[in-house]
Design a protein around this ligand. Structure first.
Ligand code: NAG
Ligand code: NAG
Length: 352
C-alpha cells in the first residue's frame, strides 16, 4: 500500500515539475529499498530460529505448529519411564539423562505429568525427535547417576517390554545418552540391538568392555572445552575405527548470549526478565562484552546477584532452567539440543 501511495504521489508530481520528479524518483527508490530492508529485518526477527556461530537456535515454542509434548508416564521395575509416540513412527529413541537428571526433565509439566520439569534443552531434544517421527522413551536412573551392573539388565528389560507393548519391534532402535547417561548407553549397546548411538559429553566406557565388530555406529557429541574428555574421545574414535566401527564426532562450541536469549529458549521467562538477567550478568562480569559466558554457570554466584537486585523469577524452579542455558553457552559440560538435527541425521543414516 505504501508503495502504491508513493507511485501515485510521483505521478502527481510528474505533472507539476519535471526537475522535482527526478529527485522524487530517487526518494521513492530509496524508500523502496528501505521498506525491502525493513521487511527482511522483520521477517528475520519473527522467524522461529536464528543462527549463532553456525548453530541453529530453536525457540522454545518453535515446534508448536508441528508437534506438542504429550507424555505417557509409567512405572516398571522400580523406576519411571516417560514416553511419547508420534503418528507413523520410523524409529525408537531411548534417552538417558545425566547425573541428577530424570525422565521427567524431558517433558513439560502438564496434567498428564505433574512432576515433569521440562528443562529447556531436554524438552527441545524430544521435540526435535518427535518432529522427525521418532518414538521417544526416557527412563530414570535409580540413583543420582547411572550404575553399570544390574541397572543395565533392568533398563534392557524395560526398553524391550515397552517396545513389545507398543508393537514397535520392527522399528530401528537408537539411543542418546548424556554424561553418565552416555556411559550407560555405551554399555547398554552390548545388551540391546541399537542401530546406532550418540554419546553426548561422554567418552563412554570403552576401556572396560570388549568391543566387537558388531558394536553399533557411535557418534560422540562433545564440548572440546572439556579438554581431558576431548582427549579420551579422540582416543576412542581411533580405537573404535580400528575395530571397523563407524564413528563420528560433533564438536559443540561456546556461543554468545543475547538479551532475549533466556526468553527465547525457556518457557515461562518473558523478555523483560531475560533482558534484566542479561544486563545484570554483564554488569557482574558473568558475561563478557561480546556476550560470552566467562565461567560455567555452576561456578557463578548468580542467584545471590539476583537477590541483591530484587529480581524475582515467576517460579523458583526456573533457576535450574537458566543455569542449564548458562552452562550450555559456556559449553564445557551440559545437555544440548543445538545439534539435534545432526544427531538425528546420524541415526537416520544408519537405519536401513
Ligand atoms: C522387571 O520387571 C519384570 C516384571 O515385573 C520382571 O519379570 C523382570 O525380571 C524385572 N527385571 C529386572 C532386571 O529386575
Ligand atoms: C539388529 O537390528 C538390525 C536392524 O536394525 C537387524 O537387521 C538385526 O537382525 C538385529 N539383530 C538382532 C540380533 O536382533
Amino acid at each position: 500500500m505504501i508503495l502504491e501511495m508513493l507511485r501515485r504521489g510521483s505521478r502527481v508530481l510528474k505533472q507539476s515539475n519535471p526537475g522535482q520528479t527526478v529527485t522524487f524518483r530517487k526518494i521513492v527508490f530509496l524508500l523502496m529499498l528501505l521498506s525491502i530492508a525493513l521487511v527482511l529485518v522483520f521477517r528475520n526477527s519473527s522467524e522461529k530460529s536464528s543462527t549463532v556461530s553456525g548453530i541453529s537456535l530453536k525457540k522454545w515454542d518453535s515446534f508448536n505448529s508441528l508437534v506438542h509434548l504429550d507424555p505417557t508416564v509409567e512405572f516398571r521395575n522400580g523406576t519411571d519411564l516417560i514416553s511419547q509416540i508420534p503418528d507413523s513412527p520410523r524409529g525408537v529413541l531411548f534417552l538417558a539423562h545425566g547425573c541428577n537428571g530424570r525422565a521427567a526433565n524431558f517433558w513439560d509439566k502438564s496434567p498428564k505429568c505433574k512432576n515433569c520439569v521440562g528443562l529447556p534443552e531436554e524438552r527441545l531434544v524430544v521435540l526435535h525427535a518427535l518432529a522427525r517421527k521418532f518414538a521417544v522413551l526416557a527412563v530414570s536412573s535409580t540413583r543420582r547417576c547411572w550404575t553399570f551392573g544390574d541397572e543395565l539388565l533392568k533398563v534392557k528389560d524395560i526398553v524391550k517390554w515397552w517396545i513389545a507393548k507398543e508393537k514397535l519391534e520392527k522399528l530401528p532402535l537408537v539411543a542418546l545418552g548424556a554424561s553418565s547417561g552416555g556411559h550407560f548407553v555405551s554399555l547398554l549397546a552390548t545388551k540391546l540391538n541399537f542401530s546406532s548411538i550418540a554419546l553426548m559429553i561422554a567418552e563412554g566406557m570403552f576401556g572396560q568392555m570388549d568391543i566387537s565388530a558388531s558394536y553399533p555406529p557411535t557418534l560422540f557429541v562433545h564440548m572440546p572445552k572439556d579438554e581431558e574428555r576431548k582427549q579420551r574421545i579422540d582416543n576412542y574414535l581411533v580405537v573404535l575405527k580400528d575395530k571397523g566401527i563407524d564413528v563420528a564426532e560433533i564438536k559443540c562450541m561456546e556461543f554468545p548470549l543475547s538479551p532475549s536469549y533466556f526468553s527465547d529458549v525457556i518457557p515461562g521467562i518473558d523478555r523483560s526478565i531475560s533482558v534484566k538477567l542479561f544486563n545484570l550478568f554483564k554488569e557482574k562480569g558473568f558475561i563478557d562484552k561480546n556476550g560470552y559466558m566467562t565461567k560455567d554457570g555452576r561456578a557463578i554466584r548468580w542467584k545471590a546477584a539476583l537477590q541483591e537486585r530484587d529480581i524475582t523469577l515467576p517460579d523458583k524452579s526456573l533457576f535450574h532452567h537458566i543455569q542449564e542455558e548458562m552452562n550450555l553457552a559456556y559449553a564445557k559440560h551440559e545437555m544440548t539440543s543445538l545439534q539435534s538435527e545432526e544427531i538425528l541425521d546420524w541415526f537416520e543414516s544408519h537405519m536401513s
